[in-house]
Structure formats: structure tokens, C-alpha cells
Design a protein around this ligand. Structure first.
Ligand SMILES: [Zn+2]
Length: 472
């Protein structure tokens, strides 16, 4: 079965068991995710403006924050002090010692990446990707777990694995420190929430996956059963919007002004963002490009049409071809990704042919929306970013409005971490847009109780899907 998961990572079962004794409780801070679309530039949102300036320029002195935001020195100092007390900013300790009594305004501040973490879960075919991501969008921990696609069993698996994942990595050595000091543990980060994203149509308010064609899911509630099972705040979103949100927060700065994000994997979907806000649409369906016709496309689509984007570009079709032509032994996207990464000529030729078709869709989107930047997330350019040149060539040949495709169209900023970063992005977006919505410690869940909260977690007898299925 094809997947959306490209990272070559250890499987969940390969991780050593958590060193449970003495593990601090999991502290849940939570953030109001309904504020994810609030405008950080609106009047009165000085805290978001200061946090954004530090995200972009940190470590940075308060005076420079004033220049970047237009706020007065007094206002910057006040906001910075509040953000430090919320655990979102920190003063650089070395600078603090060096400054002595010279006064706080000269001490640089930076985003505090140790105090808060967001968890993200990406649901794809046939993988769940779990990630813990800090306030700068860096992935602190990541795991992937295969699933069989049955919604009740997938939710039960998610409900079981999520607490295990958090217990394993809450207090994980920081990525940069691992090489130098394997015993250095970060302070246990407070969990801001759990973002769950998937392709297809997702109702964010209802926390429901309305339709995911490749999985065959319709109207599957996700947020309520997961919150009931784990006690954790769960926010559900479309992965297309989440990918765009991640790019706006931590990726190409032009994405904040005007972005089209195109995901071409097993599903093909897009997200459009203007002035930092990702469009949702009346039915949460904005950016649905799956059935736009690709010029020259000849694939029959389940919708009855011919040449639809998803039918033409879907990894399922291309993996079938790669298998038939002997490029890979079986239709597994990880095998094709490996072959591309090794520059195996047949594999590269195949994905380049697909990228030309992706380019035709990108040209359509550019002519329709005229964004500052188009970000493409798909397997081949995550492995070999230079292959984006094939998309550029097709856009140059077909777009009526884009004179410099090499500057406008680029691959994702996150490489193999893209799914984990995107899954956590709705939670992190809410923090960066409305920092004051971070509530001081909402609740504390003892590490052991977290495991006990999930029926079947402790048993060796295997999954008990009915535990969650009954709540749906
Ligand atoms: Zn169609």
C-alpha cells in the first residue's frame, strides 16, 4: 500500500521502553485553537507581534523588536516580560550573566523551545505519523506506525499509541544535544495540545473527518473519542491547511503574504492562504483540486471524469506503474523514495514524468490565484529538491502569468519532517497568533495514569478496537 510517509524512521516497536520510574507528570497547558486564524497584526495583539518578531529574528534585543514591530520600548518590555512568564520567550542565560547589572533591555530574548511542545498526528495511507514539535517548528521526536485503514481500529491504535508516544518522549534529549551528551534531558515540556490532521474533507469545528476517499472514510468523528480516551485536548484539521499553516509559521516568509500549497501524494489537495490566513470555505472544502482537470491528462477518475488531478497524479497509480515496470518490487512509496534518493535512473525518470504533470496543475493554480509563492509537498522533491526544475519548466511553458517560476515555485521547507510539523501546526499557529490564549497549566496527568487511561494499553492481548469504537 502506498503511503504519504517519506521519512526513513525507526518503527514504534523499535523504540526502547520508556524509563517510567521517576518520570514527571505530563503537564497540559492547552491553547485556544479557535484563535488559530486570529490576525497577529491586528491592533491590540502586541504580544503576537513581539513573539512573531522574536520568531523571525531571535535571539534579538528588545530595541530591535521595537524597530520590527513599531511598538514603544515600554510596550516591548511589558509584552516580553509577559511572554517570558508564559514560558514562550526566554532571556539568553549567557547574555544575562555578561550583562550583570547593566539592565535587562540589552539582554537578547529568544523563543523558549524547551517549555512547551505541541503534538501532531498525521493520518495517511497506511501510516500514522506522530510528532512532538517545539515552538520554532523543530521536530523533537517522531514515530510512524502502520495501520489497516479500518476507522475504529485506527482510532483505537491512535488512542493507545498517543499516550505511549508522549510518555516515551516527554523529557526527550533535545535533538542538538544528543550527540554531545546523551544523558542531557530537556525539562519536561508542557503539552499545548494534540493536532490530528488527514487528507480529504475535514470538519474542524466538529472534529470529524467528513470524507477521505483513499481510506474510504466518511463522517468519522476523531476529536471527541480521542479526547474521551486520553484526556488530552485534540484539534482536528485538514492536512492541506496544516501544511500551509506550517509554511506560514516557519517556512518561506513570502507565504505570509500569499501562498498556494499543493500536496501531491496519495491524495492531491491544495490550500490557499492570503495575508497569513488559510482559506477554509463554507464546507471546509477550499483548496479541493482533486478533480480539476490536468491538461492532457487521460486517466479515468472515479468521479466519471477524465484527467482529474488526483486520478492523474495519485501515488497509487504511479506506484502501480513503477511495480509493473520493475522499478520497485512492490507498490510501497518508501521503496520508490529510496530508489529516487539513490538516483536510480528508472525511478528518477518516472518521478520526473509525474513532476511535469504536477507542473501543469501548478501553472493552472498560479494563473487562477496569483500567489507570491507556491510550495509543493511531494515525495520526489523531498528526496531530491533539484527535481523541482521539471515543475519550473512546465510552469514556464504553460502559465500565462508567471514569468519567473524558479522564484515562485519551491519544495516544502521541512524535508522529511513535513508531516510531523504540519500535524502540530494548528496548535502552534494558535500560540503564535494569540500567545495569551496559552493557559497556565490546565491539568497534570501522571505518566502512569496516562497509560491507564487507554483501555488495552497495559494488556499484552493485543488491540481492543471496541474500546474506542463503542464511543463513536
Ligand atoms: Zn474526478
Amino acid at each position: 500500500m502506498p503511503a504519504h510517509s517519506y521519512a526513513r524512521l525507526p518503527r514504534a516497536g523499535q523504540h526502547p521502553p520508556a524509563p517510567a520510574p521517576g518520570r514527571p507528570p505530563l503537564e497540559v497547558a492547552a491553547v485556544d485553537v479557535t484563535l488559530a486564524d486570529a490576525d497577529p497584526a491586528r491592533p491590540g495583539n502586541s504580544a503576537a507581534a513581539v513573539l512573531r518578531a522574536v520568531l523571525d529574528h531571535g535571539p534579538v534585543a528588545r530595541a530591535a523588536i521595537g524597530q520590527a514591530t513599531g511598538l514603544s520600548p515600554a510596550a516591548v518590555s511589558r509584552q516580553a516580560a509577559d511572554l517570558i512568564s508564559l514560558g514562550l520567550l526566554r532571556e539568553l542565560p549567557d547574555a544575562r550573566q555578561a550583562a550583570g547589572r547593566a539592565g535587562r533591555p540589552h539582554i537578547p530574548v529568544d523563543v523558549d523551545t524547551a517549555r512547551h511542545l505541541a503534538c501532531g498526528v498525521h493520518i495517511a495511507v497506511p501510516m500514522l505519523t506522530f510528532g512532538l514539535v517545539d515552538l520554532r517548528g523543530h521536530v523533537v521526536a517522531q514515530e510512524q506506525v502502520e495501520h489497516d485503514g479500518d476507522p475504529a481500529r485506527v482510532l483505537a491504535l491512535l488512542g493507545r499509541h498517543l499516550p505511549d508516544f508522549l510518555r516515551r518522549h516527554h523529557g526527550l534529549p533535545r535533538a542538538g544535544r544528543i550527540a554531545r551528551d546523551r544523558t542531557a534531558l530537556a525539562p519536561a515540556g508542557r503539552l499545548l495540545g494534540v493536532g490530528v490532521v488527514s487528507g480529504g474533507l475535514v470538519d474542524t469545528r466538529g472534529g470529524t473527518i467528513l470524507e477521505h476517499a483513499p481510506l474510504g472514510w466518511r463522517d468519522v468523528p476523531v476529536a471527541a473519542p480521542l479526547t474521551a480516551a486520553t484526556g488530552l485536548p485534540v484539534h482536528v484539521d485538514s492536512h492541506a491547511r496544516a501544511l500551509a499553516q506550517a509554511e506560514i509559521l516557519f517556512g518561506d516568509p513570502r507565504a505570509r503574504r500569499g501562498l498556494v500549497h499543493l500536496f501531491a501524494g496519495h491524495v492531491v489537495d491544495a490550500a490557499i492562504a492570503m495575508d497569513g490566513t488559510v482559506l477554509r470555505g463554507q464546507r471546509s472544502a477550499a483548496g479541493g483540486v482533486a478533480h480539476l482537470r490536468i491538461p492532457g491528462g487521460t486517466q479515468r477518475c472515479a468521479c466519471g471524469g477524465t484527467g482529474c488531478a488526483e486520478a492523474t497524479l495519485s501515488e497509487r497509480a504511479w506506484l502501480a506503474r513503477a511495480t509493473a515496470e520493475g522499478v520497485v518490487a512492490r507498490p510501497d512509496i518508501r521503496l520508490l523514495a529510496d530508489a529516487v534518493a539513490r538516483r536510480q535512473p528508472l525511478a528518477v525518470a518516472l518521478v520526473r514524468e509525474r513532476l511535469r504533470l504536477v507542473g501543469r496543475l501548478v501553472a493552472l493554480l498560479i494563473d487562477m490565484i496569483d500567489p507570491e509563492v507556491v510550495v509543493l509537498t511531494e515525495m520526489a522533491t523531498l528526496q531530491l529538491p533539484e527535481l523541482i526544475a521539471d515543475v519550473h519548466a512546465e510552469v514556464a511553458a504553460r502559465s500565462r502569468s508567471c514569468g519567473a517560476p524558479g522564484q515562485v515555485v519551491r519544495p516544502s521547507s521541512f524535508g522529511p519532517d513535513v508531516l510531523a510539523v504540519a500535524a502540530a501546526a494548528s496548535i502552534l499557529g494558535a500560540v503564535h497568533r494569540s500567545p495569551r490564549s496559552v493557559r497556565p497549566s490546565l491539568t497534570q496527568i501522571p505518566a502512569d495514569a496516562l497509560a491507564d487511561a487507554i483501555p488495552g494499553t497495559r494488556t499484552k492481548a493485543g488491540p481492543r478496537p471496541e474500546a474506542l469504537a463503542g464511543r463513536r
